[in-house]
Ligand binder design. Structure first.
Ligand SMILES: Cc1cc2nc3c(=O)[nH]c(=O)nc-3n(C[C@H](O)[C@H](O)[C@H](O)COP(=O)(O)OP(=O)(O)OC[C@H]3O[C@@H](n4cnc5c(N)ncnc54)[C@H](O)[C@@H]3O)c2cc1C
Length: 398
């Protein structure tokens, strides 16, 4: 089937309305945030989300019956790019990580009771959540099969034991989706649990100071020490944790690309504005060849990233896992977005480095994207192995 990238009139209208909302209501809040603490607090989140509800752009990833816009991945690639035009846009539209990926996972896997208790308040923006997979050494890192946090059967439920870190949004989250080891060494398996953060034995150890600061609730270290939960805390079925992680990961890494692409577009717009105004050596900066080259390379990186993201989104909409396409799009876009923001800083000179423009904050915020949702190296590793397997299969079929 050929990829159809035509945007229907309703999607164009929603795109333009989202763009208008972000420019009118969110960019100002971003400037205020960056001149203050640099991290959005919960009152700012609630205020922006109410404004998004009023503008009819709230929760684009969430199903209509839960109060969202119920868009498919292809439409999301258009809308989330607009949301990402400001660091606060995804938060305002309620499509920021980690809640966005968690809502998708819960929509696909949670049972009716879990939908009522966890998904509904999350989808409504009444609470926040976090996703707890990564662990300090020797636990789960780029290699999730090293999962060390255990869930042991006990009367009427389970006891969780272990430590997690770099858990985004954990401070202030109402609940965590916790990935645990439940299989044996011979037959490793994983199980996900829905754990309210006020459960005895669930402890927020610390905020981990980090380069990026743009997400509510920080990146935290968490301890699970004899944390007892009932059978109803098992998300989906016990033993299927690795399969559920895949349900979340491919779409979540793509939605990250969509949002960061919007921020890269904004960086390029700032660079274009500066190059069109500022003069040096008797001409506008934008008339100098080497400045033009940077602006052109940014346009090329934007267009190439968008094409890869839209293709991967379309593949997911066709019901495929999109593992390969999302890996390709993620690797290219993370690196392209970094290049675009870096070139924008260069074009804007000293002003680019200053806090008078948001570019230095963008530089900080986009860098970690080459590490989370799989470092570039692990994606390249899988892309290469898949390509080599395809050659081997062709040869053995000859
Ligand atoms: C900003 C941010 C937010 C995060 N939020 C969350 C969260 O909410 N929940 C959560 O569970 N985790 C979260 N993480 C953790 C994230 O998932 C991990 O950082 C990621 O899986 C990589 O694991 P690691 O950092 O332990 O790197 P390691 O596994 O220690 O790898 C270190 C480096 O080794 C190289 N490397 C690894 N594997 C290979 C390979 N196969 N081939 C070649 N080189 C390789 C890469 O360069 C990699 O960067 C977050 C991380 C960041 C930076």
């Amino acid at each position: 089937m050929a990829i159809d990238l035509t945007l229907e009139p309703e999607l164009v209208e929603l795109r333009d309305r989202t763009a208008e909302f972000v420019r009118a209501a969110v960019l100002l809040a971003e400037a205020e945030m960056l001149s203050g603490a640099g991290t959005p607090d919960d009152s700012l989140r609630r205020r922006l989300q109410q404004a998004a509800r009023d503008a009819g752009v709230f929760a684009p990833t969430v199903a209509k019956e839960l109060g969202g816009l119920g868009l498919d991945m292809r439409a999301l690639s258009v809308i989330l790019e607009q949301a990402g035009y400001s660091l606060l846009g995804p938060l305002a539209l309620h499509c920021a990580a980690p809640d966005e990926g968690n809502m998708l996972l819960l929509e696909r896997v949670a049972d009716p009771g879990q939908r009522d208790r966890f998904l509904k308040p999350l989808a409504a923006g009444d609470v926040r959540s976090c996703f707890a997979m990564t662990e300090p050494a020797p636990g789960a890192d780029s290699d999730p099969s090293q999962l060390a946090t255990t869930a042991r059967r006990a009367t009427g439920g389970w006891v969780l034991q272990g430590r997690k870190w770099f858990i985004t949004g954990a401070d202030g989250a109402a609940f965590a989706i916790v990935m645990t080891r439940t299989g044996t060494d011979a037959e490793p398996a994983a199980t996900m649990f829905l754990v309210p953060t006020d459960t005895p034995g669930f402890r927020l150890v610390r905020h981990i100071p980090s380069l990026d600061q743009g997400l509510t609730g920080g990146h935290c270290e968490i301890e699970l020490d004899g944390c007892e939960v009932g059978d109803d805390a098992v998300l989906g079925e016990a033993g299927k944790g690795f399969a559920y992680a895949q349900v979340r990961l491919a779409p979540a890494r793509l939605t990250h690309c969509m949002r960061w692409l919007g921020l890269a577009r904004r960086a390029q717009d700032l660079a274009l504005g500066y190059a069109a105004e500022r003069t040096a050596f008797g001409s506008r900066l934008g008339e100098l060849g080497m400045v033009q080259q940077q602006l052109a390379d940014n346009e090329i990186d934007l267009a190439a990233s968008r094409a890869l993201v839209r293709e991967a989104a379309w593949v997911l909409d066709q019901g495929s896992s999109g593992k390969h396409e999302s890996s390709v799009a993620k690797t290219f876009t993370t690196e392209a977005v970094g290049r675009i923001v870096d070139r924008a800083v260069q074009v804007c000179g000293a002003l680019g480095i200053s806090a008078d423009l948001p570019l230095s904050a963008y530089l900080r915020e986009v860098r970690p994207f080459r590490i989370y949702d799989g470092p570039s190296e692990t994606h390249r590793w899988s892309i290469a192995r898949r390509a080599l397997r395809a050659v081997a299969t062709k040869e053995s079929n000859r």
